[in-house]
Ligand binder design. Structure first.
Ligand SMILES: O=C(O)[C@H](O)[C@@H](O)[C@H](O)[C@H](O)COP(=O)(O)O
Length: 245
């Protein structure tokens, strides 16, 4: 069920990034005060890069005690960590190289392992061994594809039925590529999910995701989140939804 009060529409993508950076700072401070650490999973793709770049600058950078931050990845392309398609590489260049997080607290997906399945099993173990008591990440950042996927939960793929593991490997036919992704159970147990969606190409799927609250064909609609679900949209991505409300 979508909580209308947790949907924020920003005039531009830049305004959305500032809103998300402020939210990150607030949640990080609460988590560190409460439990001594902030466990956050990053999204890949293009959308979140602007947020990561902002977090590496003032005033946001000094608002976070980076020594207490644990960074995970909601999904990863099964490519080397310095490959142009690597979500880790994007996050490293935009944020992780620019703030002082202890290296052992950057939990990337070890895509150097030969088989996608062994990479997924390895990352599931990393999650299990690092997750705070109760097994919940404080925050997971997510994007949405025009086809309604999130992380690497793509339509008509095997990962959509995986509920006995926190991480799985999935071959995405239309991309011709292997992905490693957190599964529904891993996403659903997070204390907070924050969807970041920008651009007019996402307007149709956003309108359907935010209005079709029962059933639904899109992978995002199958999420049964236990925690808070926040949506940060820019005007372009929200335009069809706003016209329908
Ligand atoms: O690895 C990835 O690509 C992401 O995890 C993926 O789920 C992304 O969030 C969506 O595809 C939206 O991508 P854009 O932000 O590039 O539109």
């Amino acid at each position: 069920m979508i909580d209308r009060n947790k949907i924020q529409v920003f005039p531009t993508a830049t305004a959305l990034y500032h809103g998300a950076a402020a939210y990150w700072g607030k949640i990080a401070q609460v988590a560190i005060e409460e439990a001594g650490a902030f466990h956050v999973a990053l999204a890949g793709g293009n959308t979140p890069k602007g947020l990561y770049q902002l977090l590496a600058k003032e005033p946001y950078k000094s608002q976070v005690d980076w020594s207490r931050v644990y960074v995970y990845f909601g999904d990863e392309r099964h490519v080397p960590k310095d490959h142009p398609d690597s979500n880790y590489r994007m996050a490293r260049e935009a944020l992780l190289d620019l703030v002082v997080i202890p290296p052992k607290q950057i939990l990337r997906v070890r895509t150097e392992l030969p088989e996608p399945q062994s990479t997924a099993a390895d990352y599931a173990q990393v999650l299990q061994s690092h997750l705070p008591a109760g097994g919940s990440l404080d925050l997971i950042l997510l994007g949405v594809g025009a086809d309604g996927h999130t992380a690497s939960l793509f339509p008509e793929t095997s990962i959509l039925t995986v509920r006995d593991r926190l991480v799985a490997a999935v071959y995405v036919e239309k991309l011709g590529a292997w992905r490693i992704s957190m599964t529904y159970p891993a996403l659903e147990r997070a204390r907070r999910l924050l969807f970041l969606v920008t651009g007019v190409d996402k307007a149709p799927v956003v309108a359907r995701l935010l209005t079709e609250t029962e059933g639904g064909e899109f992978p995002v609609q199958r999420l049964r989140a236990q925690g808070e679900v926040h949506w940060y949209l820019d005007e372009d991505a929200a335009r069809e939804w706003e016209m329908s409300t």
